[in-house]
Ligand binder design. Structure first.
Ligand SMILES: Cc1ncc(COP(=O)(O)O)c(C=O)c1O
Length: 401
């Protein structure tokens, strides 16, 4: 008999290909793991049609397909909802995905959104460039002047969007006043809370949605990209449906990493805020710096509001103005231990140059109005010893004179 005729497998003795291809389940255990596992499966298996019907109809617990939901997103969302005092939360693939999911779930052709001119540059591009292509009207306003919002509200204004602490000058809008104005006009306030997790709860101040780039302080280690949204059950059902349809959902491993980041967020936040305040005060004494922007300093234009609205600190970000691009570049090049890495919220201190990174490509008039000059450096303060950080900054400042 030709060897190829020999049956290579029987049900009792599968061929190597079959053994390798089929996953075996983890062994059962009467004890439960202390640490929840990342559940990387893209898809879930069912006993039959009644079972899949029951899961789709919400009559049985379970997941079907990871883009629609998975255990790690549910675990992370539950913690975010609890932190924000929200009914529910949703996990998206990035901070931009989270904002896009909110905007796309609320706005349709002919609707209007009022957006703070202080928003992150890409969020402005999303609203003012991309959404416009779908017939959504948008008008910018100065989030630090409620009268500026009053001037742009319209009958069809559905959303008003601001950031808790703006990038890079750390302006803090009067959230309760803006929320009341938006609600009176029949609109919902969306707050991007990326720069200030834990420092206040925007939903308690009147916002309808709070969004985060989980990539920053919540993740905390510059090793994940994720976005989070919190709001009502109904709003989050819509956001999750939309995120699945547009492909904006967050993945399991990064959701798992973000849960790990959350474990130390309160400790990191209070330590970074304390160091940021100490450094900000110290930097005001440097003759090489034209201005220090930090809401914890008494001369910051929103200091009094920050004392009322924020609890536990004034944030981890300190922005300094070195006067011009050349001095900013010299400072960056001479700061060996603090990398120029255009993000924020890492355990280690990093710095960014807003004019060439986060606000790159914005119209020059807007940068002038916002005071984003070529000399601005944004420091994201990490967990290092404050004296070491001060020494690093001061030696680089000394090279400017
Ligand atoms: C305030 C703010 N919101 C949203 C985003 C977007 O977040 P992501 O990079 O996770 O999409 C950023 C990114 O820098 C940001 O600074």
């Amino acid at each position: 008999m030709d060897p190829s005729d020999t049956p290579r497998s029987s049900p009792a003795q599968p061929a190597p290909e079959t053994i390798c291809a089929r996953p075996n389940l983890l062994p059962g255990s009467s004890s439960t793991p202390l640490v929840p596992a990342p559940q990387l499966s893209v898809v879930y298996r069912f006993e039959g049609l009644d079972h899949v019907d029951a899961v789709y109809q919400g009559q049985a617990d379970g997941f079907v397909y990871a883009r629609d939901g998975h255990p790690n997103a549910s675990a992370l969302a539950a913690r975010i909802a609890a932190l924000e005092g929200a009914e529910a939360a949703a996990v998206c693939g990035s901070g931009m995905a989270a904002s896009a999911a909110v905007l796309l779930s609320e706005l349709g052709s002919g609707d209007h959104i009022a957006f703070a001119e202080q928003l992150y540059g890409k969020t402005i591009s999303l609203i003012d460039r991309e959404l416009r292509r779908f017939g959504i009207e948008a008008t910018g306003f100065d989030a630090t002047r409620p009268e500026s919002l009053a001037a742009v509200l319209r009958d069809r204004t559905r959303l008003v969007m601001v950031e808790t602490l703006s990038n890079p000058l750390l302006r803090l809008p009067d959230l309760p006043v803006l929320a009341a104005m938006a609600n009176k006009a029949g609109a919902k306030l969306v707050v991007d809370h990326t720069f200030a997790p834990l420092l206040c709860r925007p939903l308690e101040l009147g916002a309808s949605y709070v969004v985060h780039s989980g990539t920053k302080l919540i993740g905390g280690h510059s090793d994940l990209t994720l976005g989070l949204v919190a709001g009502t059950h109904e709003e989050m059902d819509r956001v999750r449906r939309l995120a699945s349809t547009f492909g904006l959902s967050g993945n399991p491993f990064e959701s798992w990493l973000a849960c790990r980041g959350l474990a130390t967020l309160p400790l990191r936040s209070s330590r970074c805020c304390a160091t940021a305040l100490e450094l900000a005060e110290r930097l005001t004494r440097s003759s090489a710096i034209r201005a220090v922007h930090y809401p914890g300093l008494p001369d910051h234009p929103d200091h009094e509001r920050a004392r009322t609205l924020l609890h536990g600190g004034f944030g981890a970000i300190v922005t300094i103005d070195l006067g011009d691009r050349h001095r900013a570049d010299t400072f960056i090049r001479n700061l060996g231990q603090i990398p120029f890495a255009p993000s924020l919220g890492d355990v280690a201190t990093t710095l960014s140059h807003p004019a060439t990174t986060s606000h790159r490509g914005q119209e020059p008039g807007l940068l002038d109005r916002l005071g984003i000059t070529p000399g601005l450096i944004r420091l994201s303060i990490g967990l290092e010893d404050p004296a070491d950080l001060a020494a690093d900054l001061e030696q680089a400042l000394a090279t400017l004179s």
